[in-house]
Structure formats: structure tokens, C-alpha cells
Design a protein around this ligand. Structure first.
Ligand SMILES: *Cc1c(COP(=O)(O)O)cnc(C)c1O
Length: 372
């Protein structure tokens, strides 16, 4: 018998979250982000829930190839663009659009286009400006020069109208206006550089939910599509539905007397005579080893706190007060009853990291259940 751990992806939740975002601003072109294997959910599992999207964004070429193999015929945008010349050949074959964020990419592109002669596919270029995140993008002072070079390329090779984009550093902050840079400041900088005939793309999940008026024409929601929160509010407050549940079962019970300790390092000590349940889920499944005692799990309608260090294949929870907890009882590590954001908060990280970290040994199933 296989270990009882499993992850369940709910397509209906993904489609619902996409609809919810589209309704915020019906004029938006919605480009869900499916990098990192759809934030750990599996490209092949989520793509059917994203049919209402106008474009998809990813980062990895093999992910883009997989999307094409899965039958996705609408645009795909590579968020970091190409890394070398051979990526450009593949991008042509796969009909990919891509970000251009540096002079080096711009130069390589000009050379490639020149050598290619007639292009098999005329890509839409997403020109990325650095408006204060200081990660990727043309600095504001170089925006005019970069845009002029792009315009020349576009004219020479009859490319579609480019998109000017940037990325917010602080759209998830509770006090956005107090941040440096503020989303409003980044928006102003982008708009000052944007040629009239170009569209713009600014909004990640946080911007789409917290400052939709600054999100631009093409929005790039990632985490919200999967039903977790970018912050500062909870996913439920935004009306999002969790797309992934991670579940396992109790495989053993231990009675421990007050004062006895549990697990590696004997970190947890029973304050009273207690019942400890052993759950088939460990860090080799992607559950964070640094989860502290008290991190919630969900058993039979109750919260069961983590008790003791997470090991590779198992974790231990305190079920002393949970009626009916027995071998075979289902334990939700996160999902419908227990937001992944809550678990992440206990672990000092964000839902993004937990969702991406589920390992290949965890079997996935896909459901399509609108009502849960
Ligand atoms: C990952 C990514 C996003 C999505 O961010 P979320 O916070 O998950 O919505 C948007 N834009 C770019 C450029 C990204 O790399």
C-alpha cells in the first residue's frame, strides 16, 4: 500500500480565482503566472482551470514547451526572457513572447533577428523597467534609449506592439503609501516612459487585489490564482479559494505521560498525559522541517498542533483533545480547512514557498468541485 500522503488540486478553485480577478477589472488581459510548475501544483494539472486566461506567463523554457504540448495555443510570455541564443531558437519554435530586461538581451535579440532573416514567429516583447525594485529591468534613466532601440527593432521586423512592464516591490504592504518605493511611485515612473501605443503590465497578485488602479492593462497574478494570499489580508478576506490540499493520515498513536518528550532532540515535552499521533508526512514530502511546535494541522474538525520536530517521513501532532483521532484518521496539513498562509505564518515563511516545495514523491490527484 502506498503511504497515505496526497495532494489534491481543485481545478474549480483555480477557475474561480481567475474569474474573481477578471471581475475586478473586466478590461484587463489576464496572464496567470505558472512558473515553478504552477507554484508546485503541476502545469498539466492546472492548465484546464486556466482556459479563461488570455495569456500565460512562465519562466522556464521546458514549462513553456509543456504548455504547448498540453495544447495551450494562446500567448505564453517568458518572464525573464531568454538566457542564451539557443533559447531564442526554441522560443521561435514554440511561438513564445518574452521579457527583455537588459541591454545584453537587446543586443542579442538584434543579432538574432538579423541572422534569422524572416522570422517564423513575430514575438511580442515585454520591456521591463526597473522602477525601484532594483532586481531586473532597464533603469529609468535608460528607459528612453531602450524604448527607442525596441521601436527600431519592432519597425524593422514588423513585430507586434510591445508592452512596457515593471514589478512592484511593496504592493503587499498594509501601508503601501508609506513604502519606498510605493506602488503609486512605480506606476508614475512607468507611465512617464510609456509610448502611447504600447500596453503596460504592472500588477502581480498583490497589486491586482490591493491597488487594481495601478495594475496596468496586462495583469500577472500568481499566488492568488492558487488561492493563497499575497498579503496583507487573508485569502478568505479576498474571497480566494485554496487550490491545493495536502493531506495524509495518522499511522500510529503514542500515549505519553506528563513530562515525557517526543521526537528528535526531544523538543516537545508533554505538559499533561497526552496522545500523540504520528502522521505520514515529513520534510521529504516538502513539509517544512523548521515548523515550530504549535503549527496547526486539521484532524476530525479540530486543530491539532505539531508536537516535536518534523522528521523526513513523519511528523507528530498532539491529538489529546481530539475525539475520534485514530489510526487512519485524515490529517489536513493545509487546504480548505487550514489556509496554507496560516501554516506558512507559523513557519516564518510564505505560502509561495510551501506550495512550491511539495516534492515529487507526493502523489497528486485533480478534482473539479465547485462547492467546496
Ligand atoms: C512571479 C511573478 C509574478 C506573480 O507574482 P505573485 O505575487 O505570485 O502574484 C508576477 N510578475 C512577475 C514578473 C513574476 O516573476
Amino acid at each position: 500500500m502506498p503511504r497515505p500522503i496526497r495532494a489534491v488540486v481543485n481545478l474549480a478553485a483555480i477557475a474561480y480565482n481567475l474569474e474573481l480577478i477578471k471581475k475586478i477589472q473586466p478590461e484587463w488581459h489576464c496572464m496567470p503566472v505558472v512558473k515553478a510548475n504552477a507554484y508546485g501544483h503541476g502545469l498539466e494539472r492546472v492548465v484546464n482551470g486556466l482556459q479563461a486566461a488570455d495569456l500565460l506567463a512562465t519562466l522556464e523554457l521546458d514549462g513553456a514547451a509543456k504548455l504547448r504540448a498540453l495544447g495551450w495555443n494562446k500567448p505564453i510570455v517568458l518572464l525573464e526572457g531568454f538566457f542564451n541564443q539557443s533559447d531564442l531558437i526554441d522560443a521561435q519554435a514554440l511561438k513564445l513572447d518574452f521579457v527583455v530586461h537588459s541591454d545584453a538581451q537587446l543586443d542579442a535579440l538584434a543579432l538574432f533577428f538579423q541572422a534569422a532573416g524572416k522570422l517564423a514567429y513575430k514575438p511580442r516583447l515585454f520591456i521591463k523597467l526597473n522602477t525601484g525594485m532594483n532586481r531586473l529591468g532597464f533603469p529609468e534613466e535608460q528607459a528612453a534609449a531602450a524604448i527607442a532601440s525596441v521601436k527600431a527593432l519592432v519597425q524593422q521586423h514588423e513585430l507586434p506592439a510591445p508592452v512596457l512592464m515593471t514589478h512592484f516591490a511593496n504592493a503587499d504592504a498594509a501601508d503601501m503609501r508609506a513604502q519606498r518605493p510605493s506602488p503609486a511611485r512605480q506606476h508614475t515612473a512607468l507611465m512617464a516612459a510609456k509610448p502611447d501605443e504600447w500596453l503596460c503590465s504592472l500588477g502581480n497578485s498583490a497589486a491586482v487585489l490591493n491597488c487594481p488602479e495601478l495594475a496596468g492593462n496586462i495583469v500577472r497574478p500568481g499566488i492568488a490564482i492558487y488561492g493563497a494570499s499575497p498579503g496583507p489580508r487573508t485569502a478568505a478576506e479576498y474571497g480566494l479559494r485554496p487550490a491545493m490540499q495536502l493531506c495524509s493520515e495518522i499511522i500510529a498513536l503514542q500515549k505519553v505521560s506528563a513530562g515525557q518528550r517526543v521526537g528528535y532532540g526531544s523538543r516537545w515535552q508533554a505538559p499533561i498525559d497526552s496522545t500523540i499521533a504520528v502522521v505520514a508526512c515529513g520534510y521529504a514530502d516538502g513539509y517544512p522541517r523548521h515548523a515550530p511546535d504549535g503549527t496547526p494541522t486539521w484532524v476530525n474538525g479540530h486543530v491539532a498542533p505539531l508536537a516535536g520536530r518534523v522528521s523526513m517521513d513523519m511528523l507528530t501532532i498532539d491529538v489529546t483533545h481530539i475525539p475520534g483521532a485514530q489510526v487512519g484518521s485524515v490529517v489536513q496539513l493545509w487546504g480548505e480547512q487550514l489556509p496554507v498562509d496560516t501554516v506558512a505564518g507559523h513557519c516564518g515563511t510564505i505560502a509561495y514557498e510551501l506550495l512550491c516545495a511539495v516534492t515529487p514523491r507526493v502523489p497528486f490527484t485533480v478534482i473539479d468541485q465547485p462547492n467546496i
